[in-house]
Design a protein around this ligand. Sequence first.
Ligand SMILES: [Zn+2]
Length: 540
Amino acid sequence: MNEFGTTTLKEHISPTSLSMRISWLAVALILWSPAWAQMKARHAAAGQTEGERRGALNLDAARANPLQLRNFLKNMPKGADLHNHLSGAIYAESWIRAAAEDHLCVNLASLSFAKPQAAAEKDSSDANCGEGRLPAAQAYKDQGLFDALVDAFSMRGFVASTGVTGHDHFFDAFAKFGGTGHRHLGEWLDEVATRADAQNEQYLELMHTPEFDHAKALASEIGWQEDFAQFRDSLLAHGLRDGVATAKAEIDQAETLRRQRERCGQADASSACGVEIRYLCQVLRGFPKQQVFAQTLLCFETASADPRFVGINFVMPEDGYISMSDYTLHMRMIAFFRKLYPKIHLTLHSGELAPGLVPYEGLCCHIRLAVEEAMAERIGHGVDVMYEDRPHELLKEMARNHVMVEISLTSNDLILGVSGKNHPFPLYRQFGVPVALATDDEGVSRIDLTHEYVRAVQTYGLSYRDLKQMVRTSLEHSFSPGDSLWRALDNFATPVPACSKDSLASDKSSSACGAFLKSSEKASQQWELERRFREFESAL
Ligand SMILES: [Zn+2]
């Protein structure tokens, strides 16, 4: 007999049943313990479901180990990436491949692609590339050149040096990998959708600049007009709408290629086919005002004619000379167009600024102007919010009006040098401003959306329910057409009456709910998200 007296027990029961009894006893003791009761009460009080409780436990177990955390967050449903520049999302390796296929050359001094000399465009031999240039395909034989190009096209290995900041290197990359053929666009869609699918994302709004040479030429031909209505009429009368057909054809061709590559509709279709892609038409804000006006008009016309373009955004460094000096004018232009095209959605890069990058006076009011003058529904970055005039009022106004902020933590760190406690992400959450994480330029930053979730959890100690709230927010604020699945904006407790008797996240819906989901692309995306959460949480 040992001190626990188990010999006596052994005389009556087998070892297996003994261990079962002991473990049942242990479970019973835990279940009756005050600590368990308190924990249960806490979860119930917080309205946490059993799945969310498992999510929270798994997140807490993974929190201390970045690799475990990444694995957990990679599989977690992430809804939408709403701030994703298509060209910035492409990794350097893909640009090099496209340039080699297109017989482009590399300018060795600037490490940028260049066209071969005109005589024989397909001949990118050393001789035809010219002095100081090599064929892009040479990168496959010269590891040094390959490495240099990857570094030039991204933030890999970047160390700031005199006169070259992270901001400069980041934005310069876009000019370096330009020049590859439009036919690659479908490959880019496939690359981005496949990466999103691998991380359990389901919806993307990709920023893309449709070809605008004609609009640009018309703008300089007609010249700036103070009367916006008259200027618009002149541009339209001179054929600005011709650009719409070009934009549509480009997307048609790209989507066809994406579907081919992913074998969509076939028996062996890639799961990436399930990633829904919509587009935001990009306007380049750093150019003369007549060009910005013409391109904005082209974007509003394109979005009106092609429902795949769900909205508009203004891009390029916000701290640039023209971006800063014409900012108010740009907001007035947008306000003018929004009255004419009320169905077209708007998100704006605003407050992608930091002290020192521009004078303090320059931090006064970009977010406020975007929200109040241009009536932006979402704000990209919003990093300088606490430097704006009356920031608390602004935060309350954004919360009241449900203006969502697209948060890109890595990009803000690399470009603006703003991170950790200096980033307003916790303040936005504290004031109840809807927020969702986004990648911005995952190729240039060499990240993915999961990376941003890992970073947010590690930096700000977010809970599982915080994450779920942000994921739901991403779809709630997508520009996908149709009504939300949720009865009240940003309140994810109660679904619309048509689906109130349904168990959310089930595979089947009632006929009333089914009819509603059929009528709304947004709600059906949200329904799918709930299904994915159930699947994810029940596998934990
Ligand atoms: Zn951006």
